[in-house]
Design a binder for this molecule. Structure first.
Ligand code: ASP
Ligand code: MG
Length: 411
């Protein structure tokens, strides 16, 4: 007998019929003798609908009240799924985040889980119940309802699995696993049987939308065995996220290609090349709460240098405002920006033991005439910033160059 936490996303519970299907799937695990805790999202589109409603009342909705509102989406799903399970003759009981007592901090709209009381869930499981828990929500120390940020039900699933020391956390979604890249861009993209936790973390933070980043971090911290599967297929092993390199059956150097269009590039031209300049530019940016991703500073031959960095597109305006105020102080000749860029990254733990991966990547791009504007690397990833209009081409070319369409990839 195993204890399994299953999380079903919005599309998987998007209609009464789909909720019934989820109930059937869940009940099969119970009938096989397993204990099951189910975490559900709001029905697809529901959270967006609620956000819209709130905005019609208040242009920037009160954070506390927004969480009270948004949490109703998941609350509806737990009740409906529990009814469906009971209808099939199973014992089921629903819990909101606060009924479980998923204790969070008080950062409305992006709360972090601090502690989970597993008492009620354990008691129910022992008595043969299927436990159904609302994803995405918790309660702070004062009893206020909080939510965990968009996509937060993944984190609820992983956190419950950690709190219950579950044997596996299964994330059911509308794709059947983690792919080498987005199949909408590269049709021959392939499902990975296994990916390491570190690679998954890179993929998630670089733009792969399969799992919420925080859930992957949580899984890493608590070593939760995590699997991504399709809720629309009867069988299939999905993708297992592992912690050991040796568990990877596929020993390809590169596991996947991630990309995102969310960043914009800012360049401060002609600043004096002297100690403290990076701090003088990025200090005020950080104070304005703007996240910086990639950074490049050129070597200045004439005592002047250019300083380039990327920020989220939605923060570009703010960044330019900060730099505008700063310009004279740092005696920059000009500040320019470009929001028509994208970032393409290759990810793989195999990079640790192979040399020449970066040059291989750059050659593949050069052969297609794609200009690289910025580069950054870590132990297991290489990212480049290129013109947005070459995104699809670059991803396709790299996918082929690294032979990712074939199992085993480039070895
Ligand atoms: N319903 C929330 C959202 O749409 C949480 C989730 O589905 O994970 O972001
Ligand atoms: Mg989701």
């Amino acid at each position: 007998m195993a204890l399994i936490v299953q999380k079903y996303g919005g599309t998987s519970v998007g209609s009464p019929e789909r909720i019934r299907n989820v109930a059937k799937r869940v009940s099969r695990f119970q009938a096989d003798g397993h204990q099951v805790v189910v975490v559900v999202s709001a029905m697809s589109g529901e959270t967006n609908r609620l956000v819209d409603l709130a905005r019609q009342i208040q242009s920037s909705p009160d954070p506390r009240e927004l969480d009270v509102l948004l949490s109703t989406g998941e609350q509806a799903t737990i009740a409906l799924l529990s009814m469906a399970l009971k209808d099939l003759g199973f014992k089921a009981r629903s819990y909101t985040g606060s009924q479980v007592r998923i204790l969070t901090d008080n950062a409305y709209n992006k709360a972090r889980i601090l502690d989970i009381d597993n008492g009620a869930m354990r008691r129910d499981l022992e008595q043969g119940y299927i436990v159904v828990v609302a994803g995405f929500q918790g309660v702070d120390g004062e009893g206020n309802i909080t939510t965990l940020g968009r996509g937060g039900s993944d984190t609820t699933g992983v956190a419950l699995a950690a709190a219950l020391q579950a044997d596996e956390c299964q994330i059911y979604t509308d794709v059947d696993g983690v792919y080498t890249t987005d199949p909408r861009v590269v049709p021959e993209a392939r499902r990975l049987k296994v990916i390491t936790f570190e690679e998954m973390l890179e993929m998630a933070s670089l733009g792969s939308k399969v799992l919420q980043i925080r859930s992957v971090e949580f899984a890493g911290k608590y070593r939760v065995r995590l699997r991504v599967l399709s809720s629309f297929e009867e069988s299939g092993e999905g993708t297992l996220i592992t912690y050991e390199d040796d568990e990877r059956m596929e020993q390809a150097i590169i596991s996947g290609i991630a990309f995102n269009r969310d960043e914009a590039k800012v360049t401060v031209l002609g600043v004096p090349d002297k100690p403290g300049i990076a701090y003088q530019i990025l200090g005020p940016i950080a104070e304005a709460n703007i996240d910086v991703d990639m950074i490049i500073q050129n070597v200045g031959a004439d005592g002047l240098t250019d300083f380039t960095f990327t920020v989220h597109k939605s923060e570009l305006g703010n960044a330019l405002k900060v730099l505008g105020q700063l310009r004279n102080q740092i005696s920059a000749s000009e500040v320019i920006s470009d929001d028509r860029i994208c970032k393409v990254s290759v990810v793989g733990v195999g990079m640790r033991s192979h040399v020449g991966i970066a040059s291989f990547m750059f050659k593949a791009l050069a052969d297609e005439g794609i200009n690289i504007q910025m580069i950054s690397t870590s132990e297991i990833k290489i990212s480049v910033v290129i013109d947005e209009k070459y995104l699809e081409l670059a991803v396709r070319v790299l996918h082929r160059a690294f032979n990712l369409q074939n199992e085993g990839g480039l070895t």
